[in-house]
Design a protein around this ligand. Structure first.
Ligand code: UDP
Length: 372
């Protein structure tokens, strides 16, 4: 069975890698990796951590391109690719413009689409831009929904998806994390040997501008206030984030800005951190497996499982809220311990294996494969 796995961005590469490896370990799947080029270089670099390389790389990025223009280019490239490759199924992950375009291009060609990490929802109908709308659209286009949690499954059922098209598997990011965490070297900053590290990442479109300024102001305040901490910020390459980060936070003795870290180094940094400040979805899913508290720099999250389990907390982009919650974690042992307990609500590291088994059974039942 010929399968095209589409990856567009860094988190897609991380979350698809264990599944691609598991598919390639079967006797029945022939897998082609298509990188859409939405995050050029980052995706290839990320895949190389798993000894994977894309079979085909599209070039869709142009400076200052609108999401509409990006979608048009993605649809054109993916349509060409699917027509040439003639896959039996296409698999995509998450909520990016790449996965939305892949699902739509596959739909127009009547190629069944499997959605990994299906069913996440913020239910933000006033401002569903852009990820929430991508999730909803992909949900309507997909044949199989691999929901990471029961909450995600419930979201899909509420939207009328048939019960036998939804499978709760856990999130493949836990597979990637556990595979990597066992191999990563210690992450040392000798000059900060006696300091606790706060790992900080931010990149979301919704936080660009004033919210990001407030977040940086809070980070700077914490680094000024306490000489027993230091902040590590691997800066996302999006120019709107990168330029602002360097202009607000460079030249502080206890804040280190770095280019994006290799996955293995980022996981090592997570392991060495005291707690994490982030607006990233993937990091919210990874940190509980490492028992690291996460303060989420957003007002809502499509990942409520961590909040419900008490291992992540929404603090928004408000200066006081970020500072107060950070100080609580630094100073109150009971609060810290309450965050770093229990199992991850996002999976047990076997999501890819489950998805492969489910797909195999489903494909055998419906004989989706071309008879050739
Ligand atoms: N990550 C990484 N290097 C970094 C920052 C993040 O490898 O410097 C990884 C992180 O472990 C997580 C993923 O990238 O798995 C998250 O990606 P991002 O925050 O860009 O996207 P999101 O998860 O919000 O969609």
């Amino acid at each position: 069975i010929k399968i095209i796995c589409v990856v567009g961005t860094r988190p897609e590469a991380i979350k698809m890698a264990p599944l691609i490896i598991a598919l390639r370990n079967t006797h029945w799947a022939s897998v082609r990796i298509v990188s859409t080029g939405q995050h050029p270089f980052l995706v290839e670099k990320m895949l190389s951590n798993f000894s994977l390389t894309p079979d085909l790389i599209c070039e869709v990025m142009k400076p200052n391109q609108s999401l509409t223009k990006l979608t048009i280019r993605l649809l054109g490239e993916l349509d060409r690719c699917f027509q040439a490759e003639k896959p039996d199924i296409v698999i995509g992950q998450g909520d990016t413009t790449s996965v939305m375009a892949a699902a739509l291009a596959a739909f127009y060609l009547r190629i069944p689409f499997a959605h990994v990490e299906a069913g996440l929802r913020t239910r933000d109908y006033e401002n569903p831009f852009p990820e929430e709308m991508n999730r909803v659209l992909v949900g309507d286009l997909a044949q199989w929904h691999f929901a990471p949690t029961e909450i995600a499954q419930r979201n899909l059922l509420e939207e009328g998806k048939s019960v036998d098209s939804i499978y709760v598997t856990g999130n493949t990011i836990v597979d990637a994390l556990l595979y990597t965490a066992g191999r990563c070297p210690p992450f040392d900053f000798p000059e900060f040997a006696n300091c606790r590290m706060i790992l900080f990442t931010a990149h979301r479109r919704e936080n660009i501008g004033q919210p990001f300024f407030e977040i940086c102001r809070a980070a700077r305040y914490l680094a000024d206030l306490r000489d027993d901490i230091f902040i590590l910020f691997p800066v996302h390459p999006n120019p709107a984030i990168k330029d602002a980060a360097y202009s607000y936070l460079s030249n502080h003795p206890r804040i280190r800005l770095t280019p994006p870290l290799d996955y293995i180094d980022f996981i090592a940094a997570m392991k060495s951190s005291f707690f994490i400040l982030t607006d990233s979805g993937g990091v919210q899913e990874e940190a509980p497996s490492l028992r690291k508290p996460v303060l989420v720099l957003r007002n809502e999250t499509e990942r409520p499982e961590g909040i419900e389990a008490g291992v992540t907390k929404l603090v928004g982009c408000d200066f006081d809220s970020i500072v107060n919650s950070s100080l609580q974690l630094l100073d109150d042992d009971a609060v810290y311990k309450s965050f770093s307990r229990g199992n991850s609500p996002y999976g047990d590291g076997r999501a890819s294996e489950k998805i492969v088994n489910i797909l195999h059974k489903a494909l055998a039942k419906h004989s989706y494969a071309h008879s050739s």
